[in-house]
Write a protein that binds this ligand. Structure first.
Ligand SMILES: [Fe+2]
Ligand SMILES: [Fe+2]
Length: 163
């Protein structure tokens, strides 16, 4: 069974708002976050397609690839904590695909994205503290470290685009 847990919010923005209230993630929370992370690649690829500035495109696509890698770390954390094997969803089986709303290369959207990335670092550190397993905590902290880097890279994109 590889679906989004039934009690998860139906769209990505509300899911993220919910995750920010969680301090001790359940397996379902980790599964929900895996879906949200997997949707991040489409989000960044979509932004990359909106500019023909090569360096900006490369930075955005790199963030996107790492969001998918975050989903894979969550898959591993779920396995460690529960023994359950889950798959990272493809875009067509992911209700959160295309649902995060960061869909324009404007300063306002990019600044909000920077904020979401930095919040992501803090959230992963909170979850690492609350998850009660060292190996899973390490995976979550690595995701968090990379979220900060994503935020810094999006700032770089803003400067490349003259914003
Ligand atoms: Fe991520
Ligand atoms: Fe990120």
């Amino acid at each position: 069974m590889n679906g989004l847990p039934k009690q998860m919010p139906a769209d990505g923005m509300n899911a993220y708002a919910y995750f920010l209230t969680v301090t001790q993630p359940t397996i379902d929370d980790l599964k929900g976050m895996m879906f949200l992370e997997a949707s991040g690649q489409g989000l960044y690829d979509g932004l990359a397609a909106m500019t023909d500035k090569q360096e900006a495109r490369e930075i955005l696509c790199r963030n996107g690839r790492e969001e998918r890698a975050h989903a894979h770390r969550l898959r591993r954390a779920i396995k460690i904590l529960s023994g359950e094997t889950v798959d990272v969803p493809a875009p067509e089986e992911n209700p959160y695909h295309g649902a995060l709303g960061f869909d324009a290369l404007t300063a306002g959207v990019l600044e909000a994205l920077v904020g979401a990335e930095f919040d992501g670092e803090a959230l992963y550190n909170t979850w690492a503290d609350g998850v009660g397993n060292d190996a899973a905590a390490r995976l979550l902290r690595q995701n968090g470290k990379e979220e900060r880097r994503h935020g810094v890279r999006v700032r770089k994109v803003m400067s490349l685009l003259g914003g």
